[in-house]
Ligand binder design. Sequence first.
Ligand SMILES: Nc1ncnc2c1ncn2[C@@H]1O[C@H](COP(=O)(O)OP(=O)(O)O)[C@@H](O)[C@H]1O
Ligand SMILES: [Mg+2]
Length: 301
Amino acid sequence: MSVELRPGTVVCGRWHGNAYRIERVAGRGATATVYAAWGPMGRVALKVAADEACVLVEAVTLRDLEARGAALGPFLRDVDEADIGGRPVLFLALDWVEGVPLNRFSFGRRPEVAAAVLEQILDVLERLHAAGLVFGDLKPANVLVAPGSPPRAGVVDFGGVTPQGRLVRAHSELYDRAAWGAGGRTADPAYDLFAAALTFLAAVIGEARLAAFFNRKRSVAALCDIIRADSRLAPYRPVLEPALHGRWASAGAMRRALAAASDAGLSAVPPRDRLTAGLVGACAVAVAWFLLASAAWWERQ
Ligand SMILES: Nc1ncnc2c1ncn2[C@@H]1O[C@H](COP(=O)(O)OP(=O)(O)O)[C@@H](O)[C@H]1O
Ligand SMILES: [Mg+2]
């Protein structure tokens, strides 16, 4: 049972002596509550454990990634325990990652934006896989997105990272290959690529709709039907379907195919639409010139 920390509360580490001032709750997950906080190293994400064993595993994993030179960030700045609600509670101080979880990021469910996010996810996965690891618990809640063009995406929650060949340490049912009957739970790169494809799909069609499909019919064939029924997803089919069938050789191969599909998606905008956009733009410029010229003429009168 975790105790909610109010804004302004100061959390003091018992062993390293660092003090953190709580700003607000940043998010809640299955194992912890994460706070935006200020500490000696600046702004941090203070991950206060509800499930101490899981959070400890995450700390050990992050230290291990650093030792192998495979840490991708957010980096672990401190691990300590503090007296919270009258008992010692484990916490981690992590680099602050800007953005909101992909499942709450508003982008009009545009596939091209989701594709830009997916490209960045695949980049992270490619580097983890190269280190012999699998992310495990990939889902929209573990992807933080900051607006921009393209939007910037960061992956958080390394508690599920598992050495390849073992059983994945943590997973979420909706994004789990085994739950969809698409394979086992052995940590291999394809496990992450399946979850990456579903993360993209959830971003475009909505997590609630994906969950409704999951409750009705759990199969790769059903997922392919969803993709085929949505014309906006047509350019991405050659990327998503092989991921659902476990056919990509690597995250890099999937990322390169996605980049090609994104280009195709953009050039698939009908020429008439581009012409209309061009005419609207030209009219706007003409109106602006007319207004400026009129203002100048009135000033001279
Ligand atoms: N480094 C971070 N920077 C900013 N926000 C974070 C960070 N880590 C986690 N969060 C926020 O806290 C939420 C829960 O964190 P997470 O690490 O996923 O916890 P859990 O292990 O319990 O799932 C995330 O969805 C995100 O909104
Ligand atoms: Mg999480």
